[in-house]
Design a protein around this ligand. Structure first.
Ligand SMILES: Nc1ncnc2c1ncn2[C@@H]1O[C@H](COP(=O)(O)OP(=O)(O)O)[C@@H](O)[C@H]1O
Ligand SMILES: [Mg+2]
Length: 373
């Protein structure tokens, strides 16, 4: 799929912006803090309803205003799609798809598919487990809206259980109601673990292939899901094992007021040629693995939805060496890509025409020969 048009009103530092995109490569070039990432953020919002930078909608509305508006129009293989978001201070955001207001904002998923790649993703391998769980949750939600819904419920149940643990710590009589929450936690948590295992399995196959290509067959990448639930070998055993270990850890959990078993504690490990690269890998290996992972994700969205997603590359080009830059650009031939950069020399290395380039300065976007906004 590709995006044709973007309109912003009072979004971040833009008072008003109207852009027509190139169906393949769009480069936003400009100094820091001019508004490049803000454009990618707006595009991302029309895909998931959420920002990849903040959970607070207020930050998205222009500082001196109380409402913001985003419109994106795109073309899919068989249909056109338009997504509109209205953000208003102290109100729930309003989302329209093809002119029709959504009753549930999670219904937005599955309209516009976007994959983001930013310097944070390059650090995915070596960051803490929170980032890797966030990566899994975001990416699976992107292709399976049901997962997103289930995750929301799981987090809610987890919070209730943790609150109850704290009450039990002060008064044992509350222990009688724990079973109900454990039941729900296991039911929802098992779905999350299963979906993650499926996702990682497929991601593994794809990223291994890509990683071999980037490294001229020198490196073999393997991703492993590390579960706090011990027995994840078979579907029916997950929930039994989950139950068992929750019971085993109960006194510890009561003492700490938190739940130590469940997908909210799980992690990923990346191996290159059998070595855990979080601990023993070079920065280059960690970055290449992150790149393989992102490219695999694009293929996964294609396999799931029948269409390539739109790719957002936020400041990531200059973080990669020439060889990896070229590999990336070559891999993206069929994919609409939005690139932000401060580095003019990038334009020479990827040989682009003026039709692909947007110059950004203080929230004003210009093409070389025309004034767009
Ligand atoms: N809600 C807001 N209202 C007005 N300006 C904002 C808002 N949020 C961010 N900005 C401004 O946007 C700019 C940063 O934009 P960004 O797209 O992140 O820059 P970059 O070009 O470096 O990617 C900063 O100047 C910041 O002050
Ligand atoms: Mg930026």
């Amino acid at each position: 799929m590709y995006l044709k048009k973007l309109k912003l009103i009072n979004f971040r530092n833009y008072q008003q912006l109207d852009l027509i995109f190139h169906p393949k490569i769009n480069v936003f070039i400009g100094d820091n803090a001019q508004g490049k990432t803000n454009i990618l953020e707006a595009i991302y919002l029309t895909s998931t309803g959420k920002s990849f930078r903040t959970n607070r909608d207020r930050e998205l509305i222009k500082m001196d205003k109380d409402k913001a508006y985003i419109l994106v129009e795109g073309e899919k293989r068989y249909t056109s799609v338009s997504v509109e978001l209205k953000l208003e201070e102290n109100k729930k955001k309003q989302i329209k798809v093809n002119g029709i207001t959504l009753t549930k904002n999670t219904d937005l998923l599955n309209n516009i598919h976007v994959v983001v790649f930013s310097p944070e993703d390059l650090k995915l391998v070596k960051e803490g487990p929170v980032e890797r769980r966030r990566f899994m949750d975001m990416e699976i939600s992107n292709i399976r809206p049901r997962y997103c819904h289930c995750l929301g419920q799981y987090n809610h149940v987890l919070m209730q259980r943790n609150n109850l643990l704290k009450k039990i710590h002060h008064d044992r009589k509350y222990i009688a109601t724990l079973d109900v929450w454990d039941e729900k936690l296991v039911e929802l948590g098992t779905i999350l673990i299963l979906e993650r295992l499926k996702f990682i399995h497929r991601l593994n196959t794809l990223s291994r292939l890509l990683h071999r290509k980037i490294t001229d067959s020198k490196e073999n990448l393997e991703i492993k899901y590390i579960a706090s639930v011990k027995d994840i070998a078979e579907e029916e055993r997950i929930s039994q094992s989950f139950h068992r270990e929750l019971k085993k850890m109960l006194e510890v959990d009561i003492c700490r007021g938190t739940t130590t078993i469940g997908p909210h504690r799980d992690d990923l490990v990346f191996y290159v040629n059998g070595i855990d690269i979080r601990v023993f890998g070079s920065q280059g290996q960690q970055r290449t693995s992150a790149l393989s992972l992102k490219l695999a994700e694009i293929e996964l969205v294609k396999a799931e939805t029948g269409e390539y997603p739109v790719l957002l590359l936020d400041d990531v080009m200059s973080e990669l060496d020439m060889k990896r830059q070229m590999f990336l650009i070559k891999s993206l031939r069929d994919i609409q890509t939005f690139i932000t950069t401060t580095d003019m020399s990038l334009l020479d290395s990827i040989r682009l025409g003026e039709e692909n380039i947007f110059y950004i300065e203080k929230a004003s976007v210009k093409k070389k020969n025309e004034n767009i906004s």
